[in-house]
Design a protein around this ligand. Structure first.
Ligand SMILES: [Zn+2]
Ligand SMILES: [Zn+2]
Length: 408
């Protein structure tokens, strides 16, 4: 049963500063504006951009679409009425597409479901009393109760930091908590909210911003969303340049305990199965997958938001702690094997699982100076690689396009 709404405020991985990773998550059909954000790489500016294409009183037009996607257009020259090959970029789960509109602008926008652009009518209805886009955006910002940060790299926190003075603005004041594993919260306290890089808004004198450390594997309950629980796990994210010590990141499992569905948000990560095995390293992804297959039946796994920063053409040494399609495919095959062995042990079965049906939403693509959109390249590589493995045929790959809404 679908129960999560995810709005992509930032789905990119840089190096440009706009729209870096930030996912706003709220219960589907909630009758208030409360939300959480997984990462804070985008903020009020992106909420405003998303609002601009969310007007329920009119149909979204091609101009709206172009405005919504101005970040693509900054990278690529739009070829009007050219390049109209019919490619489905899977921006939304098929079952949710109610209207498809074909455009001949950028290659990414050939088939786009405009009904899933921007905030839902329900959210817009809750903002009716606010006359300006800025006021509406601040109201949505007010509704963010907490941030769950995967790691303290700037592309995952910049919007959250720059927006934080709003916490003490009389008109929009609110309280928020930033959660993370210790390597994240320690860094935020000592390197960001330290009265040097940024005012220490987390000081108890102000009482508006709390920074709380989560424990790995511990389920965190949200007071505001009593049906939800969030469990963090550590991941590897390359090595530090100076010391070559491992750098870490986090994956969050968000589960609705009543409806049983779960979604997963990965922070930046590296994963090279062969390297891990050969070097006898602790396989953190393996630990997380083991937990997942025990905790969430495949049928209840609604979506995996996972990074795939660079094309497989990039030399592994230049991934700097990220995934390319070949590594992502090997990570998914490993997940398949684990669901298979669980299914076999339960059914003393016939050595296959019914269908490895999965929504995999690609995030954090790094935009490189190519004539083609890197997201398009990566999606194509993933689909081609998946074709080589019979067990992956029922996976649907999507792109986390900015200002899009996923219902999962
Ligand atoms: Zn990143
Ligand atoms: Zn990072």
């Amino acid at each position: 049963m679908v129960c999560f709404e995810v709005i992509i405020l930032g789905g990119l991985g840089g190096p440009s500063e706009f729209s870096t990773q930030c996912f706003m998550v709220r219960p589907l059909d909630s009758d208030n504006l409360k939300s959480i954000c997984i990462d804070g790489g985008a903020g009020v500016g992106h909420i405003m951009d998303t609002l601009l294409i969310s007007d329920e009183d009119r149909n979204v037009t091609i101009e709206d679409f172009n405005r919504a996607n101005d970040d693509f257009n900054r990278y690529f020259n739009i070829c009007h009425n050219k390049d109209s090959k019919d490619v489905n970029y899977n921006v939304n789960p098929d079952r949710l597409i109610t209207k498809r509109v074909r455009y001949n602008t950028t290659s990414l926008s050939n088939v786009i479901d405009t009904t899933m652009l921007g905030f839902s009518n329900k959210v817009m209805g809750l903002l009716e009393d606010k006359p300006t886009v800025l006021q509406k955006a601040y109201r949505i910002y007010q509704g963010i109760i907490s941030y769950f940060i995967t790691h303290p790299h700037l592309d995952h926190i910049n919007g959250m930091i720059l927006n934080s003075p709003l916490l003490v603005d009389k008109e929009v004041e609110s309280k928020k908590t930033i959660y993370g594993l210790d390597f994240t919260t320690n860094a935020l306290k000592s390197c960001i909210f330290n009265d040097i890089i940024w005012p220490n808004l987390s000081d108890s004198k102000i009482g508006k911003l709390q920074i709380e450390t989560l424990n790995e594997y511990d389920s965190h309950q949200l007071r505001e969303f009593p049906e939800w629980e969030i469990v963090p796990f550590r991941l590897c994210h390359g090595v530090k340049i100076t010391t070559e010590i491992r750098s870490y990141s986090t994956v969050y499992l968000v589960r609705n305990k009543v409806k049983k569905n779960a979604i997963i948000f990965f922070g930046d990560m590296d994963y090279d199965q062969i390297l891990v095995k050969n070097n006898n390293k602790v396989d953190l992804l393996n630990i997380f997958w083991n937990y997942l297959v025990e905790a969430v039946p495949l049928a209840n796994l609604s979506g995996i938001f996972i990074e795939c920063s660079s094309s497989s053409k990039i030399n592994d040494k230049q991934l700097y702690g990220h995934l390319s399609p070949k590594h992502l495919i090997s990570a998914l095959r490993m997940l398949y094997d684990k669901y298979l062995s669980i299914s076999n042990s339960k059914n003393s079965g016939d050595n296959k699982i019914q269908k490895f049906k999965l929504n995999v939403i690609i995030t954090h693509v790094k935009m490189v100076a190519d004539s083609r959109d890197s997201r398009e390249t990566i999606l194509e590589e993933l689909k081609l690689l998946a074709k080589e493995h019979a067990e992956l045929q029922d996976i649907t790959f999507y792109l986390a396009l900015n200002k899009y809404r996923f219902v999962l």
